[in-house]
Design a protein. Structure first.
Length: 358
């Protein structure tokens, strides 16, 4: 949506009062009332209550107004209140997914990223984490999409990774040329060629030191993909005519420092996503990335669980349940980070002088 149009809508919205329909819960609540429950109405909308004789629904005014930035990441023109009423959308996500974070246990106990990052540093912690999540293979194998892979998910057809791979041992020139040409082939041709490459490496085992070198190259590729996805777009403050300050998402601007501003845990979660989905897959997590850039890590956690990777794979018998558990583990860690930051904010509010000294 055009940015000027959004700002104009917000200015218009600021002149109105907003109400939420609250249905009377219970066995006697009819379908018509249940369908209206939680809907936002503006003071000049057509009346919807009472729905029927003896209707017990009521309208509750929405008094708390918060910036657009954290309100709704995909605003819709017909629901102008959604642009300014943060709690309505957050409540829905919390109701549907918050329990999975707050009551869920780590699927990999003792393998949380945060304490490992504190003890080992980001790169070493991520190496350990991904070795567990994706495996650590000493021989060349084909991944799920038939790319020749080695170590901790290192795609040997990636230019930067292949350059490192060539330094590990002396390989026949033909094999290197085959790896270089894989991206030019169709899926079926690549699958056939990848099988041949796998056979050629069947008797070659790589050391931990060699695998770590490949991981460093993979890390650099993943970080490059993440930065490209992460740095594009930023929240910009806009002051309305009524004096209220809101934030508007500008998807065209580039914030070159956005990545470096993030806590190491957040960067690790994003890198894990990039290793798992690749650069193009990471870009599909738009709401997650926008939430992170708004520094709303609880919202980012909820957006991870709102993804198809989670919702379509969390069932006990789902073929890719491990993918859903991986998203939930990341969501739990981000939520813990959000709690720590909230506690720090409260301490600062209670004693700003002392916090300023630290």
């Amino acid at each position: 949506m055009d940015q000027k149009k959004i700002i104009g809508m917000l200015e218009q919205a600021g002149r109105h009062r907003y109400f939420k329909v609250v249905a009377e819960k219970g066995g006697n609540c009819c379908d018509a009332c249940r369908a209206l429950d939680g809907k936002t109405r503006r003071d000049d909308d057509e009346p919807v209550l009472p729905v029927h004789p003896h209707c017990r629904c009521r309208m509750v005014e929405i008094k708390e107004r918060v910036p657009l930035a954290i309100a709704r990441f995909q605003p819709q023109e017909k629901h102008i209140a959604d642009l300014t009423d943060f709690n309505r959308d957050r409540e829905k996500l919390e109701k549907e997914l918050g329990k999975d974070i707050d009551e869920g246990k780590f699927s990999a106990p003792g393998r949380e990223l945060a304490p490992d990052i504190a003890g080992r540093g980001l790169t070493a912690a991520l190496n350990k984490h991904l070795s567990y999540r994706e495996g650590r293979k000493e021989k060349v194998y084909r991944d799920g999409k038939s790319w020749p892979t080695l170590g901790v998910g290192a795609n040997l057809a990636e230019e930067h990774i292949l350059a490192t791979f060539k330094t590990l041992k002396k390989f026949p020139k033909e094999v290197i040329e085959d790896l270089q040409g894989l991206k030019k082939l169709s899926d079926s041709e690549r699958e056939k060629k990848a099988k041949d490459i796998e056979k050629q490496f069947a008797n070659i085992t790589f050391s931990n030191q060699e695998i770590d070198k490949l991981f460093e190259a993979s890390f650099q590729v993943a970080e490059k993909d993440v930065k490209e996805a992460f740095n594009k777009g930023m929240w910009e403050e806009r002051r309305l005519k009524n004096g209220e300050t809101v934030k508007v998402w500008n998807g065209q601007k580039v914030d070159s420092k956005a990545w470096e501003k993030q806590p190491e845990l957040v960067r690790a979660v994003c890198l894990d996503l990039s290793f798992n989905t690749g650069g193009p897959g990471l870009r599909k997590y738009k709401s997650f990335l926008r939430a992170v850039k708004a520094e709303d890590y609880r919202r980012a956690a909820l957006e991870l669980l709102n993804s198809k990777d989670y919702t379509e794979n969390i069932k006990p018998k789902a073929a890719n349940r491990g993918l859903a558990l991986r998203r939930r583990d990341a969501a739990i860690e981000l939520s813990k980070l959000a709690e720590k930051q909230e506690e720090k904010r409260k301490r600062h509010s209670a004693n700003p002088v002392e916090m300023g000294k630290n």
